[in-house]
Design a protein around this ligand. Structure first.
Ligand SMILES: Nc1ncnc2c1ncn2[C@@H]1O[C@H](COP(=O)(O)OP(=O)(O)O)[C@@H](O)[C@H]1O
Ligand SMILES: Cc1ncc(C[n+]2csc(CCOP(=O)(O)OP(=O)(O)O)c2C)c(N)n1
Ligand SMILES: [Mg+2]
Ligand SMILES: [Mg+2]
Ligand SMILES: [Mg+2]
Length: 331
């Protein structure tokens, strides 16, 4: 689909002018469904193969101003992020994505350039995850809101839960940590440069395959990092009734994030430990497991001496643990 056709927004029609079915047609015409889809968009519901007999399902939404800004991210970026955030949750169960449903609310005055860009982003990321957009909904609303439902297949494996971590396990992570928070800080400060971090903020790039790799390697618990490493490991600690201790020397910060931290006068560890939206993966593995390639061991699991908690170098983490939806900022 040529989303460049109506590039000049002033010449693009609005969603109201094209109409509900016009917008839906623009987002579905010419798209090729993945092999998981038995029946794609167009009827009252889609039909997806569930070879496993069980379906993994999750949903997450993005709200303009709260989760993204269109002066900071393109519609394609936002579409990709919306799908990535959901696909990462499917991977974090040890499953493979089989389909995505996209529900969109937008003002009548929204340019179809925006809805076309979003659709392109939805599709690009769904294909990266090995699946496609199988259906959705489109309604008028006061602000741009995107709600995505992702489906997945466990391919015969047990789901990898948050509740399976055991004392003696090691904690390992895959993917950049803190990059998205650093990129957001760069945008908020109105700075230029730090392109890799800003890109990571605009479009998280979960390696969907890693959820399956962790499951096959015997991960005892697994999550994606959406709120922040300490916050998300906190969910594992709670669910598993264990404590998790991170070794800050083992957390790979990387030169990009160190230079942004110096530039903005921020502590690198506050981003690495408390930054959300990376959609990296964190897992626990038995000490004897062969940790999959590309994963880094960053800590270990112990029995809780008091309440389950996450510590850093043996101490309770003093910084913000991560994002929380109703306090306006971080936990
Ligand atoms: N409104 C809701 N009704 C039922 N379950 C919900 C609701 N909101 C969140 N949950 C469930 O709470 C759990 C935690 O949600 P969340 O923190 O959003 O997870 P994630 O960070 O993986 O997206 C998930 O299992 C989710 O399905
Ligand atoms: C404009 C803007 N402000 C702030 C943020 C920061 N931010 C928004 S949501 C979020 C964390 C994750 O969001 P949530 O809705 O909790 O997703 P989930 O954990 O359900 O995947 C962060 C760090 C942002 N992405 N964009
Ligand atoms: Mg969620
Ligand atoms: Mg998650
Ligand atoms: Mg959250």
């Amino acid at each position: 689909m040529d989303i460049g056709a109506d590039r000049d927004e002033s010449h693009s029609p609005t969603v109201a002018q094209v109409g509900e079915f016009g917008v839906i047609d623009r987002s579905t015409r010419g798209r090729i469904q993945s092999s998981h889809t038995i029946l794609g968009p167009g009827d009252d519901a889609a039909v997806v193969a569930a070879a496993d007999g069980r379906v993994v399902a999750t949903t997450d939404m993005l709200v303009e101003g709260r989760h993204f800004r269109l002066d900071w991210s393109s519609p394609i970026d936002v579409g990709r992020k919306a799908v990535a955030q959901n696909g990462a949750d499917i991977s974090a169960m040890g499953a493979r994505c089989t389909g995505f449903l996209v529900a969109l609310g937008c003002p009548a005055s929204t340019s179809v350039e925006v809805t076309d860009g979003l659709s392109e982003g939805f599709w690009r990321e769904a294909q990266r995850a090995g699946a496609s957009i199988i259906g959705g909904d489109l309604v008028q609303s006061e602000e741009l809101v995107i709600s995505i439902t992702a489906l997945g297949d466990l391919e015969g494996r047990p789901p990898v839960l948050r509740s399976g971590a055991r004392p003696g396990d090691v904690v390992a992570v895959f993917g950049h940590l803190g990059w998205s928070a650093a990129g957001l800080a760069v945008l908020e400060a109105g700075r230029s440069g730090h392109a890799a971090l800003v890109d990571a903020h605009r479009v998280p790039a979960p390696e969907y395959e890693q959820g399956v790799s962790a499951a096959l390697a015997g991960a005892t618990s697994l999550t994606d990092v959406s709120d922040g490493l300490v916050a998300d490991l906190g969910h594992i600690a709670q669910a598993s009734s264990v404590s998790v201790d991170l070794n800050s020397d083992l957390l790979d910060t990387g030169s990009e994030i160190v230079s942004a931290a110096t530039d903005l006068g921020v502590s690198v560890l506050s981003w690495v430990l408390g930054g959300g939206e990376d959609h990296a993966f964190a897992a626990t593995f038995p000490r004897t497991a062969r940790i999959p390639d590309g994963w880094t061991v960053v800590g270990h699991v112990s029995g809780p001496s008091g309440a389950p908690m996450v510590t850093v170098d043996g101490e309770p983490f003093s910084g913000p643990a991560g994002w929380s939806s109703f306090d306006g900022s971080t936990e």
